[in-house]
Design a protein around this ligand. Sequence first.
Ligand code: IPD
Ligand code: CA
Ligand code: CA
Ligand code: CA
Length: 257
Amino acid sequence: MDYQLDFRIKLWMEEVAERLRESLNQKVEIQEKQGAADLVTEMDRWAETYFVEKITTYYPDHQIIGEEGISDTPVTSTKGITWLIDPIDGTLNYVKEKNHFGIMVGIFEDGVPVAGYIYDVMNHDLYSGIVSEGVFLNNKPLTPIQVDSISSSLVVGNVGNYVENRYNLQAIHHLALGTRSYGAAALEIIAVLRGEVCLYASSGLNPWDFGAGYALCKALGFEVTTFTNEPLNIMEKSPVIFAPKHIHAEALKLLEV
Ligand code: IPD
Ligand code: CA
Ligand code: CA
Ligand code: CA
């Protein structure tokens, strides 16, 4: 891992987080994408543009996949370094709650996770992880709370996914002590990293939603796969499970694919 790159990403995320907090007291333009619950704001576009401009200046040969499609260079292969960027994760929370949203950046080399970053903006908390070096919260090592089994733990994920019950997701919900849903994958993945919950499962997550968490979980030695135990493809939307190894094995037995 290039430590100058690690340093730069953290600096850029601090700047974006600061601007997002300031924007909460200002009028921000909001548009619907697929419907009233699927929003994009001028700040989502501003934040992604900020990252794209920095990356193309400092790392012109790197590829960028961002939710808002700001980079106009299409990504057709996973070869080389690819950035997965979610400029605001939890846009609906950002607009409605002015709270509980994140910024996510994942770095991949030849499709394999190298480093991940999740910023919990309103708590001023930056989680960073380099694969094989561990996870850090504001640059201090993070030690997760120990989780023993699904039946003795909480689980987390999008409430709609659990209600729909695709792949028999409700089996996990029924076995666990409780199911939490925070409206932002960023904050839900943080809960897995901290061991507050034992797993995050989604029946369909986009690359910019799983990129940072994929690398952060790998940095802690956790498992991240599809529901058929395959590695994630950073160019495809897919079902995803993030969990410590023993919990991941337990969950896969409950899912039906
Ligand atoms: C969404 C949030 C939500 C998750 C959705 C994502 P966005 O991201 O993370 O919690 O369930 O799948 O699309 O659109 O706010 O970046
Ligand atoms: Ca969105
Ligand atoms: Ca997202
Ligand atoms: Ca987003």
